[in-house]
Design a protein around this ligand. Sequence first.
Ligand code: NAD
Length: 533
Amino acid sequence: MVTPPAMPRGTAGGGTTAGRSPVDPGLVSRLAVRVVATSGREHTSYAPFTGEPIATLETSSPADVAEAVRRAQTAQRSWSRVPLDLRAAILLRFHDLVFDRQRELLDLVQLESGKARKHAFEEVAHVALTARYYARTAGRLLRTSRRRGVLPLLTRVDVHRVPKGVVGVISPWNYPFSLAMCDGLPALVAGNTVVHKPDSQGIGTALLGVELLTEAGLPADAWQVVHGDGPVLGPPLVDAVDYLSFTGSTGTGRQVATRAAERLVGASLELGGKNPMLVLHDADLDRAADGAVRACFSSAGQICVGVERLFVADQVYEEFVERFLRRVHAQRLSAAFDYTGDVGSLVSAAQLDRVAGHVEDARAKGAVVLAGGRPRPDVGPWFYEPTVLAHVTPEMACFGEETFGPVVSLYRFTDETDAVARANDGTFGLNASIYTSDGARGRRLARAIRSGTVNVNEAYGATFGSIDAPMGGMRDSGLGRRQGPEGIYRYVDQQAVATQRAMPLAAPPGLSDERYARLMTGAFRLLNRLHRP
Ligand code: NAD
């Protein structure tokens, strides 16, 4: 078999020397004073670019989780009384601070996640957009609203939005800034406080985010952080909070959902995917090939809404593949803390093993490697080349399982029905992408795809960045939605207060129950006629 050529390393481009961190070595330890942690045990995180330690921090115990929730409960009583416009103003100040401190944030996101700087910037932008969106819309979304009563004019109904109390947030390592902050911001502006368990690999970034919120005016204790193993801290957190926002794998999400159900507290679950991209016969192939590179290799493929299955119309398959591969081979692998690289590192040795395992399994069972397919220790210990596979079949792990790495499988399709059926294959339903020169056709096909978001002529950023629209998974990809009005309504209980005027909802004195029933039947029939559409 012909071995594809090695992909180029990025150059430092006059910027920081590749791999050498510009982050102050004491920063994460200093930020860690905010963590509620007294277990006496420690955890060390490692920088993916070099494999060197970032920080060794004391971890939290289940008792620390209980203490963090207790502090958050106390803080919530006064925070919920702060007028909403003042809570929103803190989010707007936070928005500006995120951009003011962008360089520091980008450095830390790169240090902890190993991603390329342009992908770290997506996180910074996403957090700022989310802060602005909820600051600007919360007043309208949360104000008391009037609804129709059972009897027009006689029944007045007001609907109030009451904060749940303390919201637990559990976030993964792959978007350490965005996924740490974006679920907590709407919870805060709605009058809740937060207890957050970030993944240990993203603890520094999460803590820097909380520091910026504090600088923006958030009271101490309104956002508590605990640090440590998910199986140790997750269960006591779910057992103590009033709502749980979880982002991570489908397997862990199921455990969290089961536990939350036992307590009858709500949970939103943002889980895994095996997302398809469809390139239709009429697509602009250069645009589609550019989009496919972003879809498949952003954050080295460690992105929940990224694409791992690429379906191309028969008529344009060869032409598309040629253009796509040309772009894949030009991707610059880089461990530099600047914008010279296209693809960063995998986050850990375990993630490298998983990705390499999927590719080796596919290769052994007959898949053809069209690009990549090998680790790149010359760039950094856990780098893996952007990889394109063909002839992938259902018995290969990468056919249906989430790889969560820079690996995409190419398939051909015959017509739209075939394309939609293949896209809907499997149990996930997080994100999809369709390239076509006919936007209306793309939108029509999107309605047939069972996924929570569909991007037409974009990879994933169009839905991800459109904060006014709900985002989340169908089927095994999750429950509930972040972003949009749905993203804040999950954090409030809706309370209906109905005031009955003049006439009670029962037979008045002197009227028999039978005559009352007849009277009401007539009244409801009349209302039905009046309210016909
Ligand atoms: P993971 O499920 O292993 O961990 C996610 C978080 O849950 C971490 O903070 C972890 O410490 C914690 N955790 C682990 N066990 C727990 C338990 N028993 N109870 C409570 N919490 C526990 O996932 P991961 O490997 O860190 O992240 C990658 C996965 O996340 C992928 O499947 C990816 O698709 C998914 N993801 C989904 C979205 C989305 O928005 N849908 C976004 C990013 C990542």
